[in-house]
Design a protein around this ligand. Structure first.
Ligand SMILES: C[S@@+](CC[C@H](N)C(=O)[O-])C[C@H]1O[C@@H](n2cnc3c(N)ncnc32)[C@H](O)[C@@H]1O
Length: 324
C-alpha cells in the first residue's frame, strides 16, 4: 500500500496524520525527508524515507508519502509544521534493525549546528552561501558528508586526486583545502559556468593552483587520462558525483586509475532514499536514477576488488578501497 498525501493536506500538522497499513497496524513514524525544489514547476517534492513496505522482521510498516508545496512560502510553512515522531520505543528491536540515527529533521539539524557548521572552514561556508542563491543549489555535496571526506583525504595522505562532478566546487574546494600544497586535483565537469561561480572563492582560499579543471563529459576524460600510462594506478583518491546512470562505467575506469589502497567515494548512493522504495512509489523523475543506483550498489557489493562501506550521510556516500 502506498499512502499519498495530496496537496490539500498542506497546513495540517502530521501529528494528526495517522497512517494505517493493510494489516491494521498503525502509528506515527519518524520520517527522513529529502526536499527537492523544482524550479521549473515551482514546487517541491518531499521524498520521505518511509516506503509502503510491511517489515515482517520488525512487524511494522514503512510508508511512502509525497507532499507538494505550491511555492517556497508554503514549503517553509510545511517544513516547520511537519513534526512527526516515532511513537515506538526508542532503539532497534533486534541486531538487524537500524539504530534509527538521523531519522528526524531535528536530529539532523542538531548534527549540523553542533558538529558540522562549527568546524566548516570559512571558504566552504562562503561557497555554500554563494551557491545557495543559485538554481540547483541542492546539488552541492552535503557538508556533513564533506567532513567525512576531509578526514579520509587526510588519513590516506591524498596528493593525486580526481573529481567527476564539480558544480560550483564545494567538494572540490574541500579537497583542495585538505590535500598538501603540492597536491593535485583533476576536476572534470561538462559545465564550466557553474565552476566559475565558485572560482573566486577558490582563488581567495589560495588553492586554485592545485586544480586542473577539464570541461568534458566524465567518461571520455577518464579514457584520455588512461592514455598516459603514468596515470594508471597512480591516483590516491577519486570522488564521483556526476552522471549517476554511468556510475558503473566510472567505476571500471576509476579502478584502473586508483592506486592499490586508493579510495574512491561515490555520492548519492541512497538516491534520496528511493533505493529502498518500491519503484511505483518513486516520482517519475527519480526512477532512472533509482534503478541505476540500485544496480550500482549491487555491483559494488559483489566486486571483490574493493572494500566498501556505505555511509548514510548527505544522500548516501559509498566509500571503496581498492584491494588489488
Ligand atoms: C551533483 S553535481 C556535483 C556537486 C559537487 N560535487 C559539489 O560538491 O558541489 C553534478 C555535476 O555533474 C555534472 N555532470 C553531469 N553529467 C556529467 C557528465 N556526463 N560528465 C561530467 N560532468 C557531468 C553537472 O554539470 C554537475 O555540475
Amino acid at each position: 500500500m502506498v499512502t499519498k498525501v495530496k496537496p490539500t493536506y498542506l497546513g495540517h500538522t502530521c501529528k494528526h496524520l495517522k497512517l494505517l497499513d493493510d494489516n491494521g497496524a498503525g502509528g506515527l513514524w519518524s520520517l527522513r525527508l529529502a526536499v527537492i525544489w523544482q524550479e521549473q514547476c515551482k514546487r517541491a517534492i518531499f521524498s520521505f524515507r518511509l516506503a509502503a513496505i510491511w517489515q515482517e522482521q520488525c512487524k511494522r510498516p514503512i510508508f511512502s508519502l509525497y507532499l507538494c508545496a505550491r511555492n517556497r512560502q508554503s514549503l517553509c510553512t510545511t517544513l516547520s509544521q511537519i513534526i512527526v515522531r516515532n511513537t515506538e520505543p526508542m532503539g532497534p528491536k533486534n541486531a538487524t534493525e537500524s539504530k534509527g540515527l538521523l531519522q528526524t529533521h531535528e536530529l539532523y539539524k542538531y548534527l549540523m549546528e553542533n558538529n558540522v557548521y562549527p568546524r566548516e572552514p570559512k571558504p566552504l561556508k562562503e561557497l555554500r552561501a554563494l551557491t545557495a542563491t543559485y538554481k540547483w543549489a541542492v546539488m552541492g555535496t552535503a557538508p556533513d558528508a564533506g567532513q567525512l571526506i576531509e578526514i579520509l583525504l587526510k588519513l590516506i595522505g591524498a596528493k593525486k586526486t580526481i573529481e567527476i562532478g564539480v558544480f560550483t566546487g564545494y567538494s572540490l574546494l574541500l579537497t583542495a583545502l585538505a590535500i598538501p600544497e603540492d597536491g593535485k586535483i583533476v576536476a572534470i565537469d561538462v559545465d564550466r559556468e557553474s565552476y566559475e561561480i565558485g572560482l573566486p572563492v577558490i582563488k581567495n582560499a589560495g588553492v586554485e593552483h592545485k586544480i586542473d579543471f577539464i570541461e568534458s563529459e566524465g567518461l571520455p576524460a577518464l579514457d584520455k587520462l588512461l592514455e598516459d600510462p603514468e596515470n594508471e594506478g597512480s591516483f590516491d583518491y577519486a570522488f564521483v558525483d556526476a552522471d549517476k546512470i554511468n556510475y558503473i562505467n566510472y567505476h571500471e575506469l576509476v579502478m584502473k586509475l586508483l592506486k592499490v589502497n586508493g579510495i574512491v567515494v561515490y555520492d548519492n548512493t541512497l538516491w534520496f532514499g528511493t533505493v529502498a522504495q518500491p519503484e511505483d512509489s518513486v516520482p517519475e523523475d527519480y526512477r532512472r536514477g533509482r534503478s541505476a543506483t540500485v544496480a550500482f550498489n549491487k555491483a559494488l557489493a559483489a566486486d571483490p576488488r574493493v572494500d566498501i562501506s556505505t555511509v548514510p550521510l548527505g544522500d548516501g556516500l559509498t566509500i571503496c578501497r581498492r584491494l588489488y
